[in-house]
Structures are given as C-alpha cells and as structure tokens.
Design a protein around this ligand. Structure first.
Ligand code: 4AD
Ligand code: MG
Length: 474
C-alpha cells in the first residue's frame, strides 16, 4: 500500500518497488495505447496516477467501460518516474481489480462544483480535494490541541452534553426531552402527564425525567470544578446553541476547546490563548504542507504568509474602552452605531483586526459588565469585568474568555442583580465556599479555528456535517 503522505515527492525513494494502491477513481482518460487512472485514497491531496496498458491484468474492466469516476479500485503496479509534469512518480499497472463500481449518476465530477452544491452532498463531498484537505487539517488541529495542552500539564476533562445550567445565560439552549410522541394522537394522550406552562402549552423544558435539561452551550462551569481540584484542565467537545442565525460564522452545533487555569488571572489567560493559537497554527504549517499549499492557491491567496505572521508576531492588546475610541475615530460608517457599552458586532471586530491592525490578531479586554456573562470577575472600577476576546481577520471573534469571579459575595450579588436563581448555582457557589482560588479560562470555537487556518469562508464547510437552521439531513 503506497504511503504518499506529505505529497507526491515522497514516493521517490520507492522507485522500482511493486506496490498496491486502494482508493477511489478521480478521473479516467482512455487513450489508444494506454489508460490513465487517477486514484486517491485520502491519505494526501495528490492522486496516484495509474498508467495501464492493454496487456495488464484486468484491462477488460477498462474496456467494459464500467470503471468511472467514483469507483473503488485495488491496483498493483511498479512505481516509476512519471513522464507527466504534474507528478514525480506514477504506477505502471500490473493488475487491477474494481472493488465497487460507480453509477454514472455520481454527482461529483471533475468540473469544479460549488461549495453550496456540495453542502447538499455532504456524504460525498469528502471525496473532493477541498473537503479532503479540510478534513486532514481539522484532524491536525485537533491533534495539536491535545498535544499542546498535554505537553503543558493540562488534564482533559469530559464535560457533559446534557445539563441543567445555562453557562452563558443567553437563553440559547436546546431543551432535551424523554418523550418521543410517535404521532399527534400519541402526543395528545401523553399531554395530561406533561407539565404545562401558564398559558397551557406543553412545557417540554420540564421533561428530562421530570426535571428541565438542555444541551450544553459551554463546558466551562464543569471545567471550573475540575480546575479547582486538578489545577489546569481543558475540555474539547461538542456544544450547542439554539440561535437562529444564518451567518458564515455560526452553527447550532460546534466543537469548543475550553481550558481552565487555577491560580491564574486574566494576563495568564491571554498568555495561554496566544501560545495555544501560535502552537496549533505552526503545527499545521509544519505538518500539512501539501494541503496548506492547496489552500494558498485555491482558497485564500497568501494564507501561508498570513499564518506565518501569526506565529511570529506579538498580538495586539487593548482595552474595550480604547477599542471603542478607535472605532469612533475610524473614518467609516458602521451599520451598528458605536458607543461605550455596546457589544462589538462582526463589522467592528473585522475593522479592528483587519484595518486598524493590519491583519494581526487583537485581544480586547475589560468589557462592560452589562454585556458579559454572570461569572466574570468584576474589575475595581465597578463598571467592567476581566473579560477578553481574541479577534482575528476574516473570522472576527475566535476566542472568548475571562478571569472568573472567585469571591463568593460578589458572585452572589451578581446573580441577584441579574435575577438568576442562586439555588440553581449551589454547586458552582460551593467552589467559592471551599478553597476558592483566582482562576481563568477561555473558549475557542473549533470550526472558527478551522476557518482561520484554511481560509474556508463559510463555517458550514469547516465541519463534516454542519447543523444550522434547516440543515440536519445527513
Ligand atoms: O464567547 P463564548 O460564548 O464563550 C463561552 O462560551 C465561554 N463559556 C467560554 C469560556 O470562557 N470557557 O463562546 C466561545 C467561542 C467564541 O469565541 C466562538 O469562537 C465560538 O465559541 N462560538 C461559536 N462558534 C460557532 N457557532 C456558534 N454559534 C458559536 N458561538 C460561539
Ligand atoms: Mg463571546
């Protein structure tokens, strides 16, 4: 089995050897004396060009016309230098077996098909260059994530997917129910036993075995319990947001990486976020060269230089107050007006990182407490909290983090002011009752990282099976 990982040149040291390739036909060109079959097994971007003459075993299958784009093959041959300019080596076929034929209706043909179209073919799109490359780089980013945290002594904690708490307090949770009515009649007959809201509607949110339960929006609160026992931990798992937004940066189901550091403040948090991003970006530049060259040519021209800068440069840091001043000074008409206290919109974030700071990642810190979650530590000014967002070009907010409020009385006050029921947070408050420590953490949206590292414009193309309003088919 040919191992051509890392690009076509790799095979050069195996010239003259008899090898086997198993994969799927990308293209087939039948000429009078010889047939060229491009086979790809997904191990790398390059295809293996298989050159077959009529005396090779299995040529009857080529003659029969049954081998077409999409078919799966087993091919044995000798690796020889290629005559063509596209690849250094090719396989001179001795024997070919078609494992699975491909119906002529195979929708992914050689002509470039749009990414919108491919979203409707999510089961076949991994067989394209773009989605194969995205899948490999996504995998490398996940591996590098674990490697970074493991090498730095963090413990990976599995946070639950079903939970009663709303970490972000934004009311964007999907509720979980144990009831699966098979029809309207079944739902009606169950209805008597189901809790109702005041206006008589079924209260589905009360129905996880009689208690409310939701899909998690963030593993942070759970991570905090382990950080206040094991010191440095991280989560890496799926999270869910029932926000009905149809943008190129939002999914209803996305993966989040959430480190939580004990005995740490906001500066430690920002240092960790910077080191993490630089590490994973360098990892893909070093280890996914062929795929990154592909993105550089076909998806975002110059992405390699852009990412190399991220690895080498210090990130810009500024306070929210300074960011607002900068936006007010900008000679630009924003759709959403800017004033101190407003939440930064995507157009503001992109202006800051793309225009004001020339494409460098920017960390904005110390946001007004009114626009941030209950758990963030209040600053001495009484108006802002020790929050930080990392903004990057093209994507906007890549990371959201903060130092957590570790002082029991401040946290209780904050819950009261926000009309949140303290009883629901009894276990979270316990962490402040028993050996509280300063601690901080952040959450990084993994698909936004994939967008950032590949240049893929739409977040739906950064995850194998995107979940957004109206799409859960595959
Ligand atoms: O800023 P967020 O909402 O922060 C939290 O959830 C904190 N509990 C994290 C923490 O401190 N442990 O989300 C964090 C990141 C965002 O910066 C963004 O990258 C990503 O998660 N994100 C989304 N990605 C895709 N689709 C969505 N709907 C997203 N919402 C947030
Ligand atoms: Mg955020």
């Amino acid at each position: 089995i040919v191992d051509v990982k890392g690009g076509p040149d790799e095979g050069l040291d195996r010239l003259g050897q008899t090898l086997v390739v198993r994969g799927w036909v990308r293209t087939l060109r039948v000429q009078s004396s010889v047939t060229f079959i491009e086979v790809n097994d997904g191990s790398c971007l390059s295809n293996m060009q298989c050159v077959m003459s009529s005396d090779a075993e299995g040529y009857d299958q080529v003659e029969s016309g049954l081998i077409a784009t999409g078919a799966s093959l087993w091919v044995q041959g000798i690796l020889v230098p290629s005559q063509g300019s596209k690849q250094k080596v090719e396989l001179k076929v001795e024997k070919l077996i078609m494992i699975g034929r491909s119906d002529p209706s195979f929708p992914i043909q050689k002509k470039r098909v749009s990414r919108e179209f491919l979203r409707t073919k999510a089961h076949l799109r991994p067989r394209t260059n773009t989605f194969g490359a995205v899948a490999r780089v996504r995998n490398a980013l996940a591996y590098a994530t674990h490697k970074f945290f493991q090498d730095n002594g963090f413990v990976w904690v599995s946070s639950p997917i079903i939970t009663a708490s709303d970490c972000e307090g934004a009311g964007e949770q999907f509720c979980v129910t144990t009831l699966i009515p098979s029809s309207h009649e079944a739902a009606d007959s169950l209805a008597d036993s189901i809790p109702k809201t005041e206006d008589g509607f079924i209260d589905w949110s009360q129905d996880f075995f009689g208690k409310p339960a939701f899909l998690t929006v963030s593993g942070q609160l759970n991570a905090e319990t382990y950080a206040t026992a094991l010191t440095d931990v991280y989560t890496f798992g799926p999270t869910f947001r029932a926000e009905n937004s149809n943008t190129s940066r939002h999914l209803a189901e996305f993966w989040m990486i959430e480190p939580e550091l004990a005995f740490a403040d906001l500066n430690d948090d920002m240092t960790c976020a910077t080191a993490y991003l630089q590490y994973v970006v360098k990892y893909v530049l070093d280890n996914c060269k062929e795929d990154m060259d592909f993105f550089n040519t076909w998806i975002e021209k110059g992405i390699i230089n852009r990412l190399s800068d991220v690895v080498d440069k210090n990130f810009v840091q500024l306070t929210y107050t300074d960011a607002i001043a900068l936006l007010l000074r900008a000679n630009k008409k924003f759709e959403f007006p800017v004033e101190w206290g407003c939440d930064l919109q995507s157009e503001h974030e992109r202006y800051i990182t793309e225009e004001a700071f020339g494409g460098c990642p920017v960390i904005v810190r110390d946001y007004p407490k009114e626009i941030k979650a209950f758990y963030m530590r209040q600053n001495d000014d009484g108006k802002t909290v020790a929050a930080m967002d990392m903004l990057v070009p093209r994507v906007g907010e890549l990371i959201g983090g903060s130092q957590r409020e570790e002082r029991l009385e401040y946290l209780e006050d904050r819950l009261d002011n926000l009309n949140l029921n303290k009883e629901n947070y009894w276990w979270y408050l316990d962490l402040r009752r028993y050996g509280s420590v300063p601690h901080a953490g952040f959450g990084l949206g993994f698909e936004r990282l994939v967008q950032f590292a590949t240049g893929i414009e739409n977040i739906r193309d950064a995850i194998p099976f995107p979940r957004s309003p109206g799409s859960a088919e595959f």
